[in-house]
Design a protein around this ligand. Sequence first.
Ligand code: ADP
Length: 242
Amino acid sequence: MLKIEDLRFSYSRRSAPVLNGVDLELRDGEIGILLGKNGSGKTTLFKNILGIGTPSGGTIRFDGEDLLKLPKRDRARRIAYVPQHIHFGALTVYDSILMGRVSYFGLRAGKEDYDVVDRIMAEMKLESFADRNAENLSGGEKQKIAIARALYKDAPFIILDEPTAALDPIAEAEIYSKFDEIAGNKTAIYISHRLSSCKFCDEIAVFHEGAVIQQGSHAELLADRGGKYYALWNAQAQYYTE
Ligand code: ADP
């Protein structure tokens, strides 16, 4: 279970706080999504979870442990991060995914590792790319590789920064359902600007000026007619209901 309580952060002592007491809760196996205008603090929250910058207050607990107090290496074992843009260097697609675990833990890959990578590649329909240079693939294909790599890392908590931005809506729907299936009991948070993504997520957290002003399922938030989500959804609904 992920439980963020009253998280506060400023980029410098003199600047205004960017996170003003963020509260967020996700149960094991749930997929959450952060929605909100540019500049509302979503990326800053991710940075805080990853240990980039020190919050001025609050806690980020995962399975009861305060991630902010864990040694870096222990924190790295618990979190897999999928960035918005990723560079794989000269690696093949296969090796790019394999790096998900080897690069963090310095393991030597064995048969078991290859079996898991093979399975994830098959499920994500990446098999035909195995020997290709990952860097030469399309943005959407690279995003799939980054997700496959995070799943292979097998951390209990995955955070993804606009992982489907380069995918068309059909590929996006496919990725979410595959992700949900392969991720099993892992907990995940996405940042996304697409309201259509909310339909695939268990919990939606609406960010506004450095705080979560609403959290709930799509149906719960839509029922709150005075809420921000209802207004956002109706402003964009024309694109999704056709
Ligand atoms: P979002 O991801 O929701 O678009 P961010 O977390 O990137 O929002 O930004 C939140 C606020 O923090 C913005 O006002 C932004 O200008 C500010 N900010 C982001 N990064 C830095 C930084 N490295 N130094 C100072 N201010 C920053």
